[in-house]
Design a protein around this ligand. Structure first.
Ligand SMILES: NC(=O)c1ccc[n+]([C@@H]2O[C@H](COP(=O)([O-])OP(=O)(O)OC[C@H]3O[C@@H](n4cnc5c(N)ncnc54)[C@H](OP(=O)(O)O)[C@@H]3O)[C@@H](O)[C@H]2O)c1
Length: 338
């Protein structure tokens, strides 16, 4: 595309937002990005910033500032959201659902395209899901809120794409991430030999994607002027199996001078209900999350849907080996996030 675009990036201080800013700066010829900050700083912002609260009308801006912003923006990357799991459904409503509604109103006024950061976990709530996700799954309310936000976009008529990343890990080359991600936290815990067993559904894939692959794909969509499409930012059938993941944890521990003896992998479907409940609070919480995330993958058919081949083809996303990226991410986390 010839005209340089102006992008409003919501959630600029988040893991995805900061990665997008980083990748865009690397490029040099990318779009002009207005970083929408909220409560945290945005160290990677090299251009304008604007303070936005997605839970407030007009993002909390006065009418003139809002109109001026709409006048200059032609693309929105909507990455702001409440990403913590395990909260009551109503906690996600103001930001993940109503916030998206406000982004849609803004995009309509601006004549802008929206690139929405959803989650690959919506596959677990799809009508085609082979098994129903448990009502008390820790991710359920979060996933539902993203699913509803996607629906709002579909119903809006506003030109948009939906990116559905799986759990992200650090940058594929350096392992950098601005905050420890659930995969890194869980891996660190497992790597210290703290798990008495690992609850997992048979055959599920451990699907983690380096954050820069998502950022490059979104920037690619902007560069090509794409205004439709749904992209699963996952490895799908290429993703490692649980045995490979555990071997990498053993390797990582060995490189740090530790001998890790692996706990047994227990079929989560056949687990005695008390097996997790009877463990110490911290262990219970980690094991429950492991079981619930495994259940999300199981309800998505064991292997998450993927658009990786299309992302490589269309946006020139590099082929990155997920096992190498995982190890790099573990090394970064051990050195910088401990
Ligand atoms: N990271 C992943 O592994 C992953 C995987 C799948 C999907 N996603 C999706 O990708 C998006 C970005 O994820 P992330 O990892 O970057 O999340 P994150 O690190 O938790 O960041 C969330 C962002 O949302 C902003 N925010 C929260 N409340 C806000 C409000 N009321 N008004 C304006 N901004 C607000 C935060 O700003 P402050 O911190 O300044 O308050 C922060 O910049 C999310 O929508 C998430 O669902 C992420």
């Amino acid at each position: 595309m010839s005209a340089r675009r102006t992008v409003l990036l919501t959630g600029a201080s988040g893991v995805v937002g900061r990665s997008v800013l980083c990748e865009n700066a690397r490029d040099g010829e990318g779009p002009r990005v207005i970083a929408a900050s909220h409560s945290a700083p945005v160290p990677e912002a090299t251009g304008p910033t604007v303070r936005c609260d997605m839970t407030a009308d007009r993002f909390g801006l006065d009418a003139d500032s809002y109109a001026a912003l709409a006048g200059e923006v032609d693309v929105v990357i909507h990455s702001a959201g409440l990403t913590e799991w395990g909260l009551p459904a109503e906690r996600y409503e103001p930001i993940n659902i109503e916030g998206t509604r406000r982004v849609i109103d803004f995009a309509r006024q601006a004549g802008a395209t929206v690139h929405f950061m959803s989650t690959a976990f919506v596959a677990a709530l799809a009508e085609t899901a082979p098994v129903e996700l448990c009502a008390d799954n820790v991710c359920r309310n979060y996933i539902r809120s993203k699913q509803r936000a996607e629906q709002l976009l579909r119903d809006s008529g506003v030109p948009h794409t939906v990116f559905r990343p799986t759990n992200l890990i650090g940058d594929s080359s350096t392992g950098w991430t601005s905050q420890g991600q659930i995969v890194q936290l869980m891996s660190d815990w497992l790597g210290r030999g703290r798990a008495p067993f690992i609850p997992a559904h048979p055959g599920i894939r451990m699907d983690f994607v380096p954050q820069d692959l998502l950022s490059r794909a979104v920037l690619g969509a902007i560069e090509l002027g794409d205004d439709q499409g749904e992209f699963w930012v996952t490895y799908g059938p290429e993703a490692m199996d649980i045995e490979t993941c555990l071997e990498l944890l053993v390797k990582h521990a060995a490189e740090r001078g530790r001998t890790l003896s692996l706990p047994p992998v227990v079929n989560a479907d056949e687990l005695d209900p008390d097996a997790i409940a009877s463990t110490a609070p911290m262990t219970r919480s980690y094991l429950s999350v492991l079981r619930d995330v495994s259940e999300v993958t199981r309800c998505s058919g064991g292997v998450l849907p993927t658009s990786m081949p299309e992302l490589r083809e269309r946006y020139g996303i590099r082929h990155v080996d997920d096992t190498a990226a995982y190890l790099t991410s573990l090394e970064y986390a051990a050195a910088h996030l401990g």
